[in-house]
Design a protein around this ligand. Sequence first.
Ligand SMILES: NC(=O)c1ccc[n+]([C@@H]2O[C@H](COP(=O)([O-])OP(=O)(O)OC[C@H]3O[C@@H](n4cnc5c(N)ncnc54)[C@H](OP(=O)(O)O)[C@@H]3O)[C@@H](O)[C@H]2O)c1
Length: 220
Amino acid sequence: MTTSCQTSGKRVERIGILGAGRAGTALARIAAESGIPVNIAASRPPRMLKYHLMQYAPQAVAVNAEGIADGVGLVVLMVPQEDLDDIDPGTLAGITLVDATNRWQQEELPDWFEQGLRTGLSSSEVIAGHFDQARVVKALNHISHWDLDSFGRKSANPRRALGLASDYPEDALLTAGLLEALGYEPVVLDSLADGKLLEPGSAVFNQHLSASGLRQLLQL
Ligand SMILES: NC(=O)c1ccc[n+]([C@@H]2O[C@H](COP(=O)([O-])OP(=O)(O)OC[C@H]3O[C@@H](n4cnc5c(N)ncnc54)[C@H](OP(=O)(O)O)[C@@H]3O)[C@@H](O)[C@H]2O)c1
């Protein structure tokens, strides 16, 4: 069973984005447009990142990666999967962690990631096992940075739907509220394992769908 929660999502006050590349800065821009303050971090230090942000996400606040969870309602993970070993899981302890990552073609993955995938887990379940003190929600992975940025998403009728999956209902609701505030219609799947249905190669990946169209393609 899925839930479409057009009006029931909670409002998040400030978000953290880990990764300030194509996806991270696109999310930072639309969050700013939607009145949601953003802290953002990359592998380079804030004093170097701020020049990049001047061009790509001028309203976002550059912070250290180690402090990305400080003072935010949730953190969105937008770092390439091959770089995940460079992130100390302790820095993401106790928070809602929105996993927006995908494997890019034959991107080399950390050993723990390869091993987890071999057991048949969804990629977000493997991430949840590694960042085991965070409450993981899979979301924002099946839309490209171009589409994320798209003009008119709030006025589209029906709105584009984005799926999300988690084993934590409260965190799923918080993430649904974020998607809604950004101008999308959230469709909540039952479990993090169901997040497999949103992975690259799935029927819904990169597809522009309404909530009913998304549910239909997910066959749920
Ligand atoms: N691009 C899309 O359309 C899209 C859409 C949905 C999901 N995604 C997923 O999002 C992830 C990022 O994709 P992208 O296209 O945005 O990649 P990208 O343009 O290459 O940007 C990667 C960012 O991650 C940062 N980074 C690397 N290691 C880090 C670390 N240890 N701590 C903090 N930041 C670190 C980099 O920092 P520096 O800037 O300092 O190098 C850079 O800002 C991928 O898993 C991708 O599959 C991408």
